[in-house]
Write a protein that binds this ligand. Sequence first.
Ligand code: GAL
Length: 999
Amino acid sequence: MRSFIAVLLLGSALAIPAMAQVAKPTANLSAPVKSFGRVSYDARSLMIDGERKIIWGGEFHPFRLPSPDLWRDILQKMKASGFNTVALYFDWGYHSPKQGVYDFTGIRDLDRLLTMAEEEGLYVITRAGPYVNAELSRGGFPGWLVNQRARARTDDPDYLKAVDEWLDQINPIIARHQINADKRRKGGVILHQIENELALTTPAQRRYMDHLYTKARADGITVPIFHNDQGRNGYWTPESSTVDKVVTGPNDMYAFDGYPGGTCTVAGQPTRDVAAPDWGYYGTGGAKGGASASPDTPGFAAEFGGGWFDYWGSNGGYDCNAIQRGKRFQRVFYGTNLANGIGIQSFYMTYGGTSWGWLPGPVVFTSYDYGAAISEPRALREKAQEMKQLGGLIASVPDLAGMTPAGPVEITSPNIQIYHNKSPETDARFLMVTHKPSNGQTNDSFTFTADLPDGRYTVPMRLNGFDAKWLVAGVTLGGQRLVYSTSELQSAQRQDKGDLMLLYGRAGEPGETVLRYSAAPTVTVIEGEATSRFDTAKGDLNLSYSHRGRAIVRVEGGGRPPLTVILGDEAEAVRYWRQGDMLIRGPELVRHATVKDGTLALTGDTATQSPLEIWAPGAIRSVTWNGGKIATRATPAGSLAATQPLAGPAAVALPALTDWRMAKGSPEADPAFDDSNWQAIDNRSSASITARPDGQPNMGMDAYGFHDGDVWYRGRFTGTPDAKALSLYYGAGGSGLVQAWIDGQFIGEAETPGGLPRPITTGTARFALPASAQSGEHILSIMVRNNGHNWDLDSDDFHKEARGLISASLEGGPSGRSFTVPIAWKIQGKRGGEMLADPVRGPANNGGLYGERMGWHLPGFDDKRWAKATVPATQAEAGTSWYRTSFDLAVPKGQDATIALSFGDAAKPRSPVRYRVLMFVNGWNMGQFIAHVGPQRTFPIPEGILNHRGKNRVALAVTSDGQPGDALEAVRLVTLHSVKGGLPVQMVTAPNAPSDLKE
Ligand code: GAL
């Protein structure tokens, strides 16, 4: 598990403190424009239909949200939060249980996802692997690829053949969703990634890269193609690059990822010990730290920290990660990027979601919340609001795209630096005001003096604590001219023949906005307090105010169209949603604003009773909210205000989980268990990188077609006087497990440690054998839980590390050393192996527990013959016990909620007792709880998997060592997010009963 260490180091090692804001002439500003249909670029920016654009993206993984109707919810939340682009990883293994078998239906319907993105007007960056990393088991490679001897991520023909199978499927889907496929398309695929962090740069890798590129083109992908470099190393820069070549590839554009800015402490405290790096115009030169690793192509961060992942055994890091890479961090770091010419940025993650079933790689547990802008339960975090403000600016000021350094400004404080950029076309300015270094946290009052397009100005400013301000100056907005403002612009819109601006600042701080007129305009303060002064010589109207709640100023005359300025503090401004030419204040979320026949139809969510106020064109005669008519009145501020507040959600009543039934789930331990249909372990060849002792058979689970979850072994041997102990060498991923029995008697369990800096993914377990083992015939029963295959970050086939048993030997003897007694082993795993019994839920849903093989996890399984049981339980037998119950939900109609299953004391990251649970909700494996490892004990279940209006069944596979108290704690339902609104969600249809499973 090297990726995260590398990424951490990368974050700090390359995080050079910002230097004085003097740019080096390092981008090749005369590089020619390169065109790929509707998409083109030069060194300054990407262009769509010839128009320069900032690409403001967020990463989302459809496979981490197995409820397709909710994909749209995420896309709408992203769009409303100011993103114009969604970046999508696809997980090859998620679609392919077996070589030659592919599925793109139901929860795997990427065609549907890409259609939704187009409908929501989002640009798309596709990142289709073959390798993605992403804290996924095998980094997204399918299970069956583990059995391929060919070195992955090279030009070995066997590997390329496997890759082409996947690309034959996925490339055409992407191709038909390109923006190039239709002239009128408002969203769609604009950029395509062909490999991820391929840091080995040998000729074999180059030929592999060439193959991927050629294949994408042959399959009809016409947009620019890139690779995502692990850090700003200059790997796989375009061949055509004129300078600074490090490692070139066939790619059209160069992109990199970066997670600078430090991480939370183990105690869960944010750190601010690293300043934002200058990875562009203001850098110090050279491919590594410098101005541009690829001077002919625009700055492109294919991933930039939007949070960070959490690991088995942590204290629960997501809340802290949301702060660490949250509000203020975004302004400081994303702003520094933007100033450095990195106009294509995608934040990883923007919705993290759930690594359900056996998706997670060894380092991570079920929740992939990531501390992202949209939380795992699909709520907008505070940091999403800041993104809405920054995205609003980007959408309002197209001049920001393709800016170049404009020269230094004079600043009266040594604690402050200002990045000053301009648009070569319009001369509009971007002034990114931050501390020097940018992680400084002092409170500073200062002025800066700059030659701006409308004259030389000395501007009073404040910057308190870790923060940055994104100012614009000398910019034409609709019919207005903004000379400068010390407030930040969230929105500028044209409405009818007038203009509307929303500006905001830190609560209590003074603000000054200067607008240019040919003659003194009439200024009316409609609400709140503001003063104005007109400088006839310059034609400057200076509005002064303090950011406190809101003030509204109307400016008329002076040779310009009428202007309404809304001045808010941050708390006020984040309540506004920008939808086309409409500005809407009040609700938790505004998804859409569409006008038809004079009626404005708004859709969105309310978290509480909320006011509604709308600035809309005059032609609007009536308003609906989620389909219901809303009475409005015109206000002096030029808005329409609802006469009644919008209702908030009703409380969601959750039933207690009672009426449990229980069955024992490890019958394989019983000597009498019939394993006649199990596969015999033999000497078949192995592609594993894990060496096993000479003479031992190939015990690794993958060779037998079992790649995920639990696997059972039964071994028969004849006792010998030397057999004192059993030694098992096993591979189990992070926080994996092995349990062992002899002749039905439990002899112990062992675990691989999870955690940072590197989970230990294989181990040797030793169990004492009873004296009876010293003669006669015996049966060993062993269960191994595979908590994920490694990733292949370093292209060294690390994903082929063995899982399951690797070797087994008896120990004792005269020397106490291990010795080999022939043990005749058999193996059993997931029902059907690669021939999935349940292709709908797919490869990640099931492992090989007895109950899974029998379909006990399915909602339609009849458990009435099971024993009644009480939860919390006080005692468990060693092995696995299954608990089942059902419950009804009645979430009020028109409400969206995220309901979770929670185990034990939710306030603590770990339980004092040891056991683990696989939780199946309506047949879906929605996660693993490890009581003594933690930290996750509350598991959100998306609607569509959970039936919000009807019956649900839960089946828990509880695995214990049988020690007193190591048993299932209290299990309850909790609501994590509840709003009125949401989108209609269909249940995902899937096999209901064991008889529905394929043979
Ligand atoms: C990146 C990688 C992603 C993910 C991320 C950490 O380096 O490209 O796939 O692993 O690190 O979450």
